[in-house]
Design a protein around this ligand. Sequence first.
Ligand SMILES: [Zn+2]
Ligand SMILES: [Zn+2]
Length: 304
Amino acid sequence: MRPDRDFTIFKCGDILLLLNELVERGMKLGLIMNLKSIIDCHSHSNYSADSQMLAHDGVRSALGAGIGGLAFTDHLDIDYPNREYNYTFDFDHRSKFLDELRNEFSGKAKILKGLELGFQPHIIDQAAQIVQMNDFDFVIGSVHAVDGYTLSENAGYYQGKNKQQAYLRYLEEVYNSVVGMDCFDVIGHIGYIRRYAPDEDRSLQFIDYRDVLDMILKKVVDKGKGIEVNTSGYHYKGLGTPIPNFDIIERYKELGGEMLTIGSDSHQARYVGNSFMPVLQRLKSIGFNYVTYFEERKPVFVKI
Ligand SMILES: [Zn+2]
Ligand SMILES: [Zn+2]
């Protein structure tokens, strides 16, 4: 028998109104977080050699996820060991393009001009010059290559090293990046090696690498920089945690760290803002009352 729709008690519009009302009440009671001021501070448009994401799609996805906008942090990895990838882009061209995008989404989404700067010891001066000459809002300092090997695309780095040795050498290089560079705002994805290491166990707990992690985090705090909470761990090979792990973020807090950005590291629009709600709730329970984004290289603190 065909159901008679006239007898439906709630019409679709009624249910949406009810849901809206519940969400608003939840926000007032602090049970649901309002994400409208939260910015996804790590994403890659097709200005990055490894991404096809159209910036328009990224912005629409951010709005769909209920967040306030995003930073396009396209790759600059000078002298990247895998020559198949050319990790740089036309900075002026992207800047003008993002100006137009800002106009198009004016009043709807915040769009920031970011950069993910790949560290290697011999590129520091060249990178600093590029950062100084351009109008970036925000710079993430990342380690994607160590000792002339990429961590992601070939096995060379891992040869002759057990897990502990491979992770430790990577973390030493993260420390070197914090000491050696000044032209960044936050250190990206501490624990990036977890995405690609060949070991079955790809955990990186604070307790197992505490000396070098303490050195990194203390230096970050001393230099007045921040760290990134990278949610790609939830959509990359099911790591099931952010990068870095929450125990490392807790330690950062203990050492006086206050500046945290949150970013999805999206290379596809569907991941923009991914897992932000549970991660922000957890950050709040750790004791962080704010997350940060950067505009014209200055931190803006957003209450969570
Ligand atoms: Zn990265
Ligand atoms: Zn990235």
